[in-house]
Design a protein around this ligand. Sequence first.
Ligand code: UDP
Length: 235
Amino acid sequence: MAYKRILLKLSGEALMGNQNYGIDPQRIEQYALDIKKIHEHDIEIAIVIGGGNIYRGVQAESSGIDRVQGDYMGMLATVINAMAIQSTLEKHGMYTRLMSGIKMEAVCEPFIRRRAVRHLEKGRIVIFGAGIGNPYFTTDSTASLRAIEIEADVVLKGTRVDGVYTADPEKDKTAKKFEKLSFNEVISGGYHIMDMTAFTLCKENNVPIIVFDMNEPGNLEKIVVDKAPLGTLIS
Ligand code: UDP
């Protein structure tokens, strides 16, 4: 049986496509069409989007900007991406709500858990912008936290690699992909899936994570609807 409610994490960097900054129109279009396919199966969809294609807090210090200030700049970057995704989804006929971890009445609703769940029940795609609204966190942590709060069945981490490997597949040709891993195997093997805060939240609350290649059109539907063993499942 297909997943009922999912939390899709998209990295900001993936949105860049082959550019070195900003949003690639073809990439965002492909994402929207993939999301539409699963939406047509009545799957409840929440999305967390990163901001790495525009700004990251860790960049700040090297340019003389205070780290906390930089983190807020990163959070604002995620809102820009979220608005772009929202607009593209709506262009394709989906109803959406953008909820922000930082109050920004003119462009989005504040994050209110019960309200987010209600939107999902009504078939609206909920996009969570501005991370959790606090510095020193990442959008991966946001994905884990929001997934727990809305009781999502799974966190889908869309990346440009198709799963977790024994070594970096771009450097080591003998690297093998895992179909499944337990949370403990990820820790003992030292595999990097997401930052520790994000990972621990999923582990302690038993939210499975699937790492998969979001850039391959159709993958999202195969994983969510057919539960095809693409990517790597961590549970
Ligand atoms: N950020 C933050 N708190 C949050 C989420 C994000 O401070 O709850 C900041 C942080 O500086 C981060 C930036 O926003 O570097 C962009 O998010 P992230 O790096 O997670 O984006 P991604 O790597 O997924 O593109």
